[in-house]
Write a protein that binds this ligand. Structure first.
Ligand code: ATP
Length: 255
């Protein structure tokens, strides 16, 4: 991949860098955010220590996936960004749909294809001296999946062979533009602008689900959708409850 080519193709007001290899593009941008003058997309051809939520790992093989992070500065405190991970899921899912890869969302922000995980999103934040907040939005997207890597991941995953055949610079520029447009929209209108779109992409709507906290089931019910702040609405025996993302995980099925 080539930074100059992506820069020439994108319309977003963001700089682009491509590195052959790094541990984690999120870690790199978190370390650099304080010194950035404008948004920056960092793409790694190979990411060797990709991170997921709660210390989990995101595994990828060089050439078989897209691994990148976008540093974007928002006005105000991190509390305003509660629904951002879901908004990023919507932006990514809509962009993939426009490229003829229909996907669904699993709360809070996994992108599923045919029921398995195609992409993961990890957002980290950092206060800026002017009172704003830098968000570092990390995305791993499977294009192809070697069998040995799937074995190491330990669960079935989804791939997008159709996208694997696309020019990577064109694909990256399209995703960058979709994300940048969503970030601008989130800055203006918050998660409210994304709620109905998230619900329209909800893969587990009406399904029995369990919320796990450290492996322990803390809620169960039927998944309804999300509210205006991005909490999952669950219909439980005790009525409708709203679940905050935090570090909880969502699984299909009743007890
Ligand atoms: P879960 O998917 O278990 O509910 P999560 O949404 O918090 O957890 P993330 O933190 O987004 O998951 O991603 C980390 C998890 O994704 C890992 O624990 C692993 O199970 C899975 N994983 C790691 N690499 C890949 C990959 N390339 N494709 C699909 N899934 C992966």
């Amino acid at each position: 991949m080539n930074a100059a080519a992506i820069m020439a193709l994108r319309t977003a007001a963001a700089d682009v860098e491509v590195v052959a290899q790094t541990g984690s593009t999120n870690a790199d941008l978190m370390a650099r955010a304080a010194g950035l003058a404008r948004p920056l997309l960092l793409v790694a051809e190979h990411q060797t220590a990709g991170r997921g939520r709660a210390g989990r790992s995101w595994l990828s093989a060089p050439g078989d996936s897209l691994t990148f992070s976008l540093a974007w500065k928002f006005e105000g405190s991190p509390q305003r960004l509660l629904g951002l991970p879901l908004a990023v899921g919507v932006a990514l899912a809509e962009a993939l749909g426009a490229l003829d890869v229909p996907v669904q969302l699993k709360w809070p922000n996994d992108v599923l294809k045919d029921g398995e995980k195609l992409a993961g999103i990890l957002i980290e934040t950092q206060g800026a001296p002017d009172g704003g907040t830098w968000a570092v939005i990390g995305i791993g997207l499977n294009l192809q999946m070697p069998a040995d890597l799937e074995t190491r991941i330990g669960r079935a995953v989804a791939t997008a062979p159709w996208l694997a055949r696309m020019d990577r610079n064109v694909l990256m520029a399209a995703l960058l533009d979709a994300l940048a447009a969503a970030m601008n929209q989130f800055e203006q209108a918050g998660f409210g602008a994304f709620r109905a779109r998230w619900d329209a992409l909800h893969g587990w709507r009406g399904q029995p689900v369990r919320i796990l906290d450290n492996g322990e089931c803390v809620q169960q019910g039927l998944a309804v959708g999300v509210d205006d702040s991005g909490r999952l609405l669950l219909d439980t025996d005790a009525g409708r409850v709203a679940v905050l993302a935090g570090d909880v995980s969502l699984r299909l099925g009743g007890a």
